[in-house]
Write a protein that binds this ligand. Structure first.
Ligand SMILES: [Zn+2]
Ligand SMILES: [Zn+2]
Length: 167
């Protein structure tokens, strides 16, 4: 999806808005398929006093598994992004800007990169997910299991085993 912004770069005060649906079928881009619906991109590009700013929202359904308890996580996500667009770099330190010399922006490519960076590296069903019992595998969000899960110093573990035998 190419946004042609050549005219916008020339006219201060001009803005261009867009609303596009980006497919979510690229398997390489979304390993594990956390993006479970086509991605709705809504936003606008403004030229304010010669500074061209892109602001947009990416809305989609996020679907994955909780890293602690393996419960399904399914929620609506709305990520918001802002970028300053330039046709040429004015000094070498200007990284963080997006340079589009020909005045056209590949919107889907940019959005894919933005969303990939924003997707959580750790997925939790809730902030205080208790996870699974390491002993019996019970989901501790549904209640405790009564297992002794206190961590034992490995140096004492063997001793404890010996003591158990003596009982
Ligand atoms: Zn969980
Ligand atoms: Zn247990």
């Amino acid at each position: 999806m190419l946004l042609n912004l050549r005219q916008l770069f020339l006219e201060e005060g001009k803005s261009v808005s867009f609303s596009e649906t980006m497919p979510n079928t690229d398997e390489e881009l979304w390993p594990g398929h956390p993006v479970a619906s086509p991605i709705r991109l809504t936003g606008e590009v403004n030229n304010r006093a010669g500074i061209v700013t892109l602001t947009y929202t990416a809305a989609f359904r996020f679907h994955s598994q909780c890293d602690r308890c393996c419960a399904e996580v399914d929620r609506q996500e709305n990520y918001r992004f802002t970028h300053v667009l330039l046709q040429q770099l004015e000094n070498e330190d200007d990284d963080g800007y997006i340079v589009i010399p020909d005045g056209t922006l590949e919107l889907f490519g940019l959005a894919s990169a933005d969303i990939s960076l924003e997707l959580p590296t750790k997925v939790l069903c809730s902030e205080d997910c208790k996870g699974l019992c390491p002993v019996c595998g019970k989901n501790l969000n549904e209640g405790s299991c009564g297992c002794q899960t206190k961590e034992v110093d490995p140096r004492f573990a063997k001793l404890l085993t010996l003591l158990e035998k003596d009982k």
